[in-house]
Ligand binder design. Sequence first.
Ligand code: NAD
Ligand code: TYD
Length: 356
Amino acid sequence: MRSFKNIIVTGGAGFIGSHVVRHLVRKYTDVRVINLDKLTYAGNLENLRDVESASNYEFERACITDEAAIEAIYQKYQPDAIIHLAAESHVDRSIHSPLEFVKTNAIGTANLLNQARLLWDGDYTGKVFYQVSTDEVYGSLGASGYFNEDTAYDPRSPYSASKASADHLVSAYHHTFGLPVVISNCSNNYGPYQFPEKLIPLIINNISHGKDLPVYGDGSNVRDWLYVQDHVDAIDLVVHKGQLGETYNIGGHNEHQNIELVHNLCDLMDQRMNQPQGQSRQLIRFVKDRPGHDKRYAIDSAKVQMELGWYPHVKIKEGLAKTIDWYLDNKEWLQHVTSGAYQKYYDKMYKVGADG
Ligand code: NAD
Ligand code: TYD
């Protein structure tokens, strides 16, 4: 079991990153947790309001592609662990702006690795660079089978190809320079603080505003859904106990066709909003399919279960109910992220423009 003094979490203002930061700040009070984030449209410091004044929390605004900035932040905090989540993460955006994905996900990861090699300078004892990746690097499954750690990479979207490039660079730094690395590839997450461009929060948000529910193609694509706190628990285990140079697949054995999931959300929302059953389903619209839309993802997570004792705890029914409750109870957050008002929070918090 490794223990750390200073952990840098990249992308800590995003959906999964903010849950990771909150978890580490609260659980390891003697560890300094540094959130390194550029604050793109997906990064929102309001996600961390409840821990921002903790004495073991720090925030640094920087782009992971910026060599000088990353070098300075590494020098300042002397991290012994780097948990790397910063990424452009939405497949549909990667179809419109592929180069942004290559820059952040591939080049940004290369920069973080390179600066870690320079900082640690061969003294790797107790150090770890942890690449948080996705099951989408494995491509698309047919009706049967699962992705395991030996499945060949076969990415099909600019998002998954850029994440695959990053994973390969992480492995290359391990094999070539001995950098102490670990990688995990996780299935689709859901839960509080997810930006409402991803399927589950988008459907919840649209139902609450009586807007159409766009379902791509015929809705038969399958995703393996995992509640975000289960992923965070796995990240905690992998960073402390994962074998260096190894990959761990993380997933919930929780496969659903998109249309089935949307129906579930509609029914739960009708109950929660005291509407007649069936009302929300009337908003469903089948729309043009996503180009290159991966058919099915499903994870075999036997390795992380056997080696690290990780199991998912939150069942889909409970997870969706919690998620819906959170979004309906946090309308102000939703309003801020959909209007862009949250971007002002940084200026207020960090007094940009004040004091000259
Ligand atoms: P997100 O889009 O919600 O958050 C990404 C964060 O990275 C944001 O805070 C953003 O400001 C920051 N960021 C983006 N570009 C940056 C840059 N150039 N420099 C510094 N910071 C930058 O993403 P998420 O859904 O929380 O995913 C986090 C990580 O987990 C990603 O690496 C993603 O590939 C991986 N992952 C996500 C899922 C999922 O279902 N969401 C599943 C498996 C793996
Ligand atoms: P998404 O949440 O974007 O995650 P990913 O593409 O990384 O799996 O999409 C989940 C599934 O839902 C995917 O099959 C695409 C589909 N989808 C829709 O049908 N409609 C939508 O509006 C969105 C955003 C996604």
